[in-house]
Design a protein around this ligand. Structure first.
Ligand SMILES: Cc1cc2nc3c(=O)[nH]c(=O)nc-3n(C[C@H](O)[C@H](O)[C@H](O)COP(=O)(O)OP(=O)(O)OC[C@H]3O[C@@H](n4cnc5c(N)ncnc54)[C@H](O)[C@@H]3O)c2cc1C
Length: 329
């Protein structure tokens, strides 16, 4: 059976060509009134994504708390700019040509509160999920051990419904606070978020997750939880390539076969375009082998899709979010 749909849709490509960011834009800094926050012009996004590729953001800001976030949205609106949201950039492929508008990065929005009685943990959007997993285990709070190998933020996990080891974010989320571009705040529950496998209705949405509360199980044996967490990490390091920049799984897993299995059976392990290669260790990973461009990675994603579709009559759907302008060569 052939699953056919619009490729640009399946690739999540943002097609706006109206404002391409010039790499030689003269850098300007704008102070946001009433805050300690600075908006910067022409900030390279390569170091802010785990693929280590991508051009500059036309404008970039990394607010530390809600007021700075609201002021950032207000500034973008006053300038008529589009907004792109960025967590730890661990599930993103950003165009070599950069991104127009304002990129708001949550990585400096940090705080955690653990309630040992109820087992609930509330964390700001920018908290690293890995750190939260270890902190929960050390406190004897069970339920986040699966998250230890996922290098994203709390906000990114809520949006992506990140998961591993047969557990996922939707299983433990109590609620999330989301901010609309007009400054309105709302509390949403998993039931509001249309959760399914690596999916939520926050994807491609304009709402920004500012914090999330998770329900963990209190009173567990911390030593046991630490051991389980460490075992998960060890298992991942032995099966997945962590030594070169990547974005984790490139494609969502279709049924009945996993994307990695399909790619491996198609003979694509090690296939290389430019400096991007399908990982030998796990075929659903694409590696930046050093000096890859976003275009190399994009062409490889497309190549893998084409070959797997020819062989299996199935179009793999990228899990990685592809942002900005890309051209098929
Ligand atoms: C080595 C490696 C291993 C990985 N393993 C796994 C795994 O086992 N399981 C898994 O599910 N994923 C895995 N991933 C992918 C990735 O870590 C997850 O998808 C993660 O949840 C992304 O979080 P992030 O903060 O990096 O989000 P980003 O990559 O920055 O953004 C992802 C999407 O979420 C949006 N977004 C980010 N933050 C917010 C926010 N606060 N509010 C609104 N929108 C937001 C972005 O606009 C974008 O659309 C792996 C990645 C790597 C590099």
């Amino acid at each position: 059976m052939t699953i056919s749909y619009d490729l640009s849709k399946s690739l999540n490509v943002t097609s706006s060509t109206s404002q391409i960011v010039s790499a030689d834009t003269k850098s300007r800094h704008i102070h946001l009134p009433g805050t300690d926050c600075t908006i910067k012009q022409g900030v390279s996004l390569a170091s802010l994504t785990t693929f280590r590729v991508g051009g500059p953001a036309e404008w970039y800001v990394a607010p530390r708390h809600l007021e700075e976030l609201q002021a950032s949205f207000e500034w973008a609106q006053s300038q008529g700019l589009s907004v792109t949201l960025l967590g730890a950039g661990s599930n993103l492929l950003v165009s070599d040509r950069g991104l127009p508008g304002l990129v708001i990065c949550t990585r400096h929005m940090r705080s955690t509160y653990f309630d040992p009685e109820t087992g609930q943990v509330t964390a700001a959007a920018g908290e690293p999920l890995v750190r939260l997993a270890w902190q929960a285990a050390e406190r004897g709070l069970q339920g986040l051990e699966w998250a230890v190998g996922i290098p994203g933020t709390v906000g990114g996990a809520v949006v992506m419904n990140a998961g591993a080891h047969n557990s996922c974010t939707a299983d433990i989320l109590v609620n999330a606070h989301v901010l609309y571009p007009d400054g309105k705040l709302e509390i949403v529950t998993p039931q509001n978020l249309g959760y399914s496998y690596r999916t939520s209705n926050l994807q491609g949405d304009r709402r920004l997750v500012t914090q999330a509360t998770f329900q963990l199980k209190p009173g567990a044996d911390a030593a046991q939880l630490i051991a389980t967490t460490a075992a998960h990490l060890k298992q991942r390091h032995s099966t997945q390539p962590y030594n070169k920049p990547n974005c984790g799984s490139v494609f969502r897993n279709p049924k009945p076969h996993a994307a990695g299995w399909l790619i491996e059976q198609t003979g694509l392990k090690g296939h290389r375009i430019g400096n991007a290669a399908v990982a030998q260790r796990h075929a659903n990973f694409i590696l930046n082998c050093g000096g890859a461009t976003a275009s190399d990675i994009f062409q490889l994603i497309r190549f893998v899709q084409q070959k797997v579709e020819q062989e299996w009559s199935l179009l793999l759907e990228p899990e990685v979010k592809i942002l900005g302008d890309f051209q098929l060569i």
